[in-house]
Design a protein around this ligand. Sequence first.
Ligand SMILES: NC(=O)c1ccc[n+]([C@@H]2O[C@H](COP(=O)([O-])OP(=O)(O)OC[C@H]3O[C@@H](n4cnc5c(N)ncnc54)[C@H](O)[C@@H]3O)[C@@H](O)[C@H]2O)c1
Length: 252
Amino acid sequence: MKKLQDRVALVTGGADGIGAAACAAMAGAGASVVVTDIDLGRAQALADSLGNNASAAVMDVREEDAWRTVLGQVMEKYGRLDILVNNAGGAGAGNIEEISFDDFRQSIRLNLESVFIGSKLAIELMKGRGGNIINVSSIHGIRAAAHAASYTAAKSGVRYLSKSIALHCAQNGYGIRCNSIHPGYILTTQMQAWVDRQDDPEAMMAGLVAQHPIGFLGLPEDIGAGILFLASDDSRFMTGTELVMDGGFTLI
Ligand SMILES: NC(=O)c1ccc[n+]([C@@H]2O[C@H](COP(=O)([O-])OP(=O)(O)OC[C@H]3O[C@@H](n4cnc5c(N)ncnc54)[C@H](O)[C@@H]3O)[C@@H](O)[C@H]2O)c1
């Protein structure tokens, strides 16, 4: 039997990058995967490529109503939700002096409030039968980045919100685990495009690699494998913890 046979998983921001790799890894392990994204076209294309047990839905993680609609559709179609991967998010640039209050709030809304809404609603569906929540944080949820005040605040918030959720669910006997995952710099299509736009892409890439003692950047599939591990019973004794996959970034 495959590791996620008969499980239903929902991934946010699933059309690209780490989210897409998580969708592929979990579908390969037998899960029915709901690929959600603000870009329905790309989410649908990925779901089609994953086969019959994948479907797509449009969802902006910042909108509580959108969450309620999509989770309603999932319950109608599958009658259950076993795994939620809160992946959608994005880096907000600017140190504390540069960033405006409005931009700070937007970043917290995208990266932290979305995880709060999704987790809260998923627990309602999971409690009683059990479930698994995986929150994609960042190395900057562990080691602060001066140039990204809002992102550091949001991702460290995700890290500790995950622990609070884990403790609450464990103490109430819900059978719901919750963990955070902390990727180093991952060579997604978006990341490569950003590097290519710099004045000196080679120097930029070398600078990024130099921050990772292992000597290379991770790939989306590396984090997809970590998410699959957290989603499966291989990690059944883990809750409220942090899976750091960063090539040693946080060691230096
Ligand atoms: N790439 C990295 O180096 C890296 C490192 C650490 C953490 N992360 C985190 O991993 C997660 C995924 O990052 P990625 O680099 O794979 O991203 P990506 O830009 O490659 O893909 C993000 C996906 O999310 C979707 N999206 C954007 N805003 C959305 C919204 N409001 N609602 C729903 N979907 C939305 C996009 O359409 C896109 O398909 C993010 O939370 C990011 O902060 C990324």
